[in-house]
Design a protein. Structure first.
Lengths: 111, 119
C-alpha cells in the first residue's frame, strides 16, 4: 500500500502570510498513463472535504489562485500565497495512482 | 448543480448490517466512477472503496479493512450509489461520504451520513 506522509501536522500562520504543506509518498505516483494523481483537499470544521488541487497542480473550479500545488514523483507541496481567515481547517493530500490513500492531515490555524 | 446526498446512517449493534444510499444529481451518473470515504470521529479521511462505470464492468475495489464485509453497488436508472455494510465493528463508526471521482480522485463530496456501531 502507498503511504502518504504530511508535514507539518500543525501549522499556525499569521493572516496575510504564506503557508506551505509537504506531502511525501512511499512510492512514485506516476501512473501508467503518464499522469501523476496527487490531489489536495481542505476540510473546514463541521464540513465535508473539498478538493482544491488535482493532478499535482491543477486547481478545481472556484478555487482561489492563492492556492498552488507543485511536485513530482514522491514529493509534493501545497502553497497558500497569503493566508485568509477562511483557510483554517485541515488539509489532506491524497494519491490516486494506486487506488486512493490520504495523508494524516495538516491543521492550519491562525496565530 | 452537482449534488450527492447520502442517507441510511444510524445506530447499529456490533455484528449488524446497514445499507447506505447516495442520490446523485447534476452530472452524468452513468459515466461516473464513485467512491465511499469515511472519517472516524476526530480522525482523518479513509478511502474504503470504489465502483467503476458500466463500460468498465462496474468493477468494485475495496480497502483491506472492509474487504469481504462491505459491498458497493449502483443503480444507474436511479442515479444512486449504495454501500452494503455487514459484520459491522465498533471501528466502523464514522461519517461516511459518497464521492464522484474524476482526474484521479474525489472531485465532489456529499454531506456525509453518520454510522455508529455500538452495543
Amino acid at each position: 500500500d502507498v503511504v502518504m506522509t504530511q508535514s507539518p501536522l500543525s501549522l499556525p500562520v499569521t493572516l496575510g502570510q504564506p503557508a506551505s504543506i509537504s506531502c511525501r509518498s512511499s512510492q512514485s505516483l506516476v501512473y501508467s498513463d503518464g499522469n501523476t494523481y496527487l490531489s489536495w483537499f481542505h476540510q473546514r470544521p463541521g464540513q465535508s472535504p473539498r478538493r482544491l488541487i488535482y493532478k499535482v497542480s491543477s486547481r478545481d473550479s472556484g478555487v482561489p489562485d492563492r492556492f498552488s500545488g507543485s511536485g513530482s514523483g514522491t514529493d509534493f507541496t501545497l502553497k497558500i500565497s497569503r493566508v485568509e481567515a477562511e483557510d483554517v481547517g485541515v488539509y489532506y493530500c491524497m494519491q490516486g495512482s494506486h487506488w486512493f490513500t490520504f495523508g494524516q492531515g495538516t491543521k492550519l490555524e491562525i496565530k | 448543480e452537482v449534488q450527492l446526498v447520502e442517507s441510511g446512517g444510524g445506530l447499529v449493534k456490533p455484528g449488524g448490517s446497514l445499507r447506505l444510499s447516495c442520490a446523485a444529481s447534476g452530472f452524468t451518473f452513468i459515466n461516473a466512477w464513485m467512491s465511499w470515504v469515511r472519517q472516524a470521529p476526530g480522525k482523518g479521511l479513509e478511502w474504503i472503496g470504489r465502483i467503476k462505470d458500466k463500460t468498465e464492468g462496474e468493477t468494485a475495489d475495496y480497502a483491506a479493512p472492509v474487504e469481504g464485509r462491505f459491498t458497493i453497488s449502483r443503480d444507474d436508472s436511479k442515479n444512486t450509489l449504495f454501500l452494503q455494510m455487514n459484520s459491522l465493528k465498533t471501528d466502523d463508526t464514522a461519517v461516511y461520504y459518497c464521492t464522484a471521482d474524476w482526474a484521479g480522485g474525489p472531485g465532489v463530496w456529499g454531506q456525509g451520513t453518520l454510522v455508529t456501531v455500538s452495543s
